[in-house]
Design a protein around this ligand. Structure first.
Ligand SMILES: [Mg+2]
Length: 173
């Protein structure tokens, strides 16, 4: 098993993670996947809980940045309603765009975390960056067709990780 597929920890949902979790790990920047992590892929506007979540981060002076493989026309309207920065068409798990961004924004890797619902994109991506990460369960069953292909891969990996007891709950971190 490639170690880069092992998440730092797991949670049912981003909405289950309390702010104390981020404080405990000295997090100043939260990179968040959009589709099926913050909201369902077909939900064009942020839900009230997404709005609340982002507002709570802002109150605590924690930066939230949306990191999505989806296209500009999907990500920009959603992110602008939350008034948060975003990176679209990121091609996770490829790193070049992200590395450029981290350098430009002077973001320290050990003060950042990534939350996402896919091993092959989000978790692999974060681990390659040596960034902490949380694997969350996808919010809804339906996926975009491109994601469906990744899911087949993810399912197998996930079962292996489970069997080898490599999935640690956020509460234990
Ligand atoms: Mg996703």
């Amino acid at each position: 098993m490639n170690k880069n597929f092992i998440p730092f920890c797991v949670a049912k949902s981003i909405y289950d993670l309390p702010l104390t979790f981020y404080h405990k790990h000295h997090i100043k920047t939260v990179f968040v996947d959009l589709d099926n992590t913050l909201d369902a892929y077909n939900k064009l506007n942020p839900s009230s809980r997404a709005i609340n979540l982002v507002n709570n981060f802002k109150k605590e002076k924690i930066n939230v940045i949306i990191v999505s493989n989806n296209k500009l026309s999907r990500v920009r309207p959603y992110a602008s309603k939350l008034d948060v920065p975003f990176l679209n068409s990121l091609r996770k798990p490829l790193l070049y765009k992200m590395r450029r961004f981290l350098k430009k924004e002077k973001i320290k890797i050990d003060e950042a975390i990534l939350i996402g619902d896919q091993l092959i994109t989000d978790i692999l991506f974060a681990n390659r960056l040596k960034m902490k990460n949380v694997l969350v369960a996808k919010l809804v069953k339906e996926d975009q067709w491109t994601t469906k292909i990744n899911r087949l891969f993810d399912k197998r990996r996930y079962k292996k990780l489970q069997k080898q007891q490599l999935l640690v709950s956020w509460e234990e971190k």
